[in-house]
Write a protein that binds this ligand. Structure first.
Ligand code: COA
Ligand code: AMP
Length: 633
């Protein structure tokens, strides 16, 4: 069947389409139907079936005789080690961990925070939760203690599973002290913490609260898989919104597994037993879906890579991993390829490796710039597929479904909507726009299986953030257009979210941190173009009258403040003191205009600007930071 037919079938009869897809998953009791629309505009999928996420990702493959197949390959250039785990070994490890968690009281529905680097134990912790029906919430290691504390207070975990440390090039990240710091800040206290001690840094365990990962599993009864309902939350994953309070995206078990399993063959063109590598991090949605649940549920081998595209040890690392493990499909963020291209512009290192196993490269997480796509295509000689998705959707909204039909690639476009996504471009009043015109990208409800049903303990915020602006639609927060062939183009966010090295960050959240500096009266953070990371945050600070700290010191303090409160991942290093911020007459800060000036782009003077002279001051301040960069002007 061709893409257009598959897409139309899903649109005409979603129940039949997704019930067929649900056959790819093992159910204890099958669902009576796919879509539950009784509470529209809130929708659920497969709500009355029962299943288990860990059974589907692990046990069923062992039961089918594939216990000797590799489930996980941990490849860590940062520690110089490789560790291969078969499905049978994974089953034993996860059942034991789940048994130990249960012995300490973790049950179906309890929340468990996981704060771990790229080690296989991170996936084992996720799967052990799934085995018990506990709801995991993985927190990315590049966040500071305060961000961890916010998540602890929001999801109130019974237990936190953490590693003693993570490893970044040139430094050890002290996870355990970060966790201890977070627990001091948070109002909620978990009943216990499980600490996975890594040899690079052994952490102090707090008696009565912390238990050792290995020791607490000693002598426990391994746990079996607990049946959960199709609409039971598998996990909560926090993502940046417009404020410092992150949004807890909820993922239901049934739809999530059905959609991910469907995508492995139809989108990524994989077969069970083949090797899939998502070079991301378990702390992000790509890691949840395509390092952990999708490849394992589909019976592939997944790679857990602890390293960077460059510098660990060089820009040939990705090629070495592909050769060593026979990777068929690589999925990463364009920024990783920009980093490789910067270090090895001719792609000379590619010639040192046998990349014959590699058949496709998928890119997502941020806009894929044509230069990067063309470079990758030319150097690797495989299709380079841009695809668009969000933490909220959990899987691809628009892509090129290689397993169904390889559609012509249009560089600059992530191609076409996946089955179940009715993507529309709307004007401000919510009216569909003609082909080729720019507007807000919205998806007609219901969204397909696997997408968010709500936000954790925040249904009102869910409705306000996504369903209110355009009734009957999900508002994506992205702006773009659809061309006459139905190809989508993603141009920009419509909110205060920026994308730094494929990491989604809130400028609003950074502004909240800057505003807490005693000398800062007012501030604005914008995202400026960066040739490596896509965007970088840049802060403008107006100081209180009579502030005694020298402006250079305030800038230094603010950079440190963001690193300490949000984390190094925010990459907040550019800030400048200004007298005033450009505003409209009604007092709205003209951030978009500031971005245009910083990027050296043409712009129209906003009709509502209060005092155009301020723009010259902004220009001068940007000049101090070296902006606009020569390449952008
Ligand atoms: N734990 C602790 N700190 C972390 C971290 C983690 N898991 N991940 C990143 N950091 C830190 C880095 O050490 C760095 O700190 P520094 O300011 O002290 O140098 C900071 O956060 C920014 O990190 P990063 O964005 O990774 O920038 P970088 O300059 O170290 O590397 C790239 C640049 C392009 C190589 C890197 O961003 C990259 O590999 N990107 C791919 C991103 C990706 O896979 N995204 C997932 C979406 S699919
Ligand atoms: P995240 O929730 O971290 O996955 O970030 C989602 C956001 O990243 C989207 O709303 C887009 O703004 C951006 N994004 C993700 N994939 C793409 C893509 N292929 N092209 C353009 N932007 C993308």
């Amino acid at each position: 069947m061709r893409y257009a037919e598959v897409y139309e079938r899903a649109k005409a009869d979603p129940n039949t389409f997704w019930m067929e897809a649900a056959e790819g998953i093992d159910w204890f009791t099958g669902p009576s139907k796919a879509l539950f629309d009784e509470n529209a505009p809130l929708y659920e999928w497969f709500a009355d079936g029962t299943l288990n996420g860990c059974w589907n990702a692990v046990d069923r493959h062992v039961a089918a005789g594939h216990g000797d197949r590799l489930a996980i390959i941990h490849d860590s250039p940062l520690t110089g080690t490789t560790h291969k785990i078969t499905y049978a070994e994974l089953q034993a490890r996860v059942a034991s961990l789940a048994g130990a968690l249960r012995a300490k009281g973790v049950e179906k529905g309890d929340r468990v925070i996981i704060y771990m680097p790229m080690v296989p134990e991170a996936l084992e912790a996720m799967l052990a939760c799934a085995r018990l029906g506990a709801v995991h919430s993985v927190v990315f290691g590049g966040f500071a203690a305060n961000e961890l504390a916010v998540r602890i207070d929001d999801c109130e975990p019974k237990c936190i599973i953490a590693a003693s440390c993570g490893i970044e090039p040139g430094r050890v990240v002290h996870y355990k002290p970060l966790l201890d710091g977070a627990l001091e800040i948070a109002s909620h206290s978990p009943e216990f913490c499980v600490i996975f001690q890594r040899e690079q840094e052994v952490a102090h365990l707090e008696e009565g609260r912390d238990v050792d990962w290995h020791a607490f599993q000693y002598g426990v009864e391994p746990a079996d898989c607990v049946p959960v309902e199709g609409n039971h939350p598998a996990y909560i994953l926090y993502t940046s919104g417009t404020t410092g309070q992150p949004k807890g995206v909820v993922r239901h078990t049934g739809g999530h597994l059905v959609a991910l399993n469907w995508s492995m063959r139809n989108l990524y063109d994989m077969n069970p037993g083949e090797v899939f590598w998502a070079a991301s991090d378990v702390g992000w949605v790509v890691g949840h879906s395509y390092i952990c649940y999708a490849p394992l549920t589909f019976g592939c081998t997944t790679i857990v890579f602890e390293g960077k595209p460059v510098g660990t040890p060089d820009a040939g690392t990705f090629w070495r991993v592909i050769e060593d493990h026979g990777v068929k499909c690589l999925f990463t963020a364009p920024t990783a390829f920009r980093a490789i291209k910067r270090d090895d512009p001719q792609g000379a290192l590619i010639g040192d490796y046998d990349l014959s196993s590699l058949q496709t490269l998928f890119l997502a997480g941020e806009r894929a710039d044509p230069d990067t796509i063309e470079w990758a295509q030319a150097k690797l000689g495989v299709p380079v597929i841009d695809h668009w998705w969000q933490t909220e959707t959990g899987w691809c909204i628009a892509g090129n479904p290689l397993g169904i039909e390889k559609l012509p690639v249009k560089i600059g476009s992530p191609s076409v909507p996946m089955p179940g996504y009715d993507v529309q471009i709307l004007d401000e009043g919510g009216h569909p726009m003609p082909a080729g015109e720019l507007g807000a990208i919205a998806v007609r409800l219901p969204l397909p299986p696997g997408t968010l049903p709500t936000l954790w303990k925040a249904e009102d915020r869910f409705r306000k953030s996504y369903l209110t602006q355009f009734p009957g639609y999900y508002e994506t927060g992205d702006a773009g257009m659809i061309d006459a062939d139905g190809y989508l183009y993603i141009m920009a966010r419509t909110d205060d979210v920026i994308n730094v090295a494929g990491h989604r960050l809130s400028t609003g959240g950074m502004e909240e941190v800057l505003a807490s500096h005693p000398d800062v009266a007012e501030c604005a953070v914008i995202g400026v173009a960066d040739s490596l990371k896509g965007q970088l945050p840049m802060g403008f600070l107006c100081l209180n009258k009579g502030a005694e700290t020298p402006p250079e010191q305030v800038v230094k303090d603010c950079v440190k403040l963001v690193r300490d409160r949000i984390g190094p991942v925010a990459a907040f290093k550019l800030a400048v003191v200004v007298d005033r911020l450009p505003k409209t007459r009604s007092g709205k800060i003209l951030r978009a205009t500031m971005v245009k000036i910083a990027d050296g782009e043409e712009f129209k003077l906003p009709a509502t600007i209060d005092d155009p002279a301020i723009l010259d001051e902004i220009r001068a301040a940007l000049g101090q930071l070296g902006y606009p960069l020569a390449a952008a002007s």
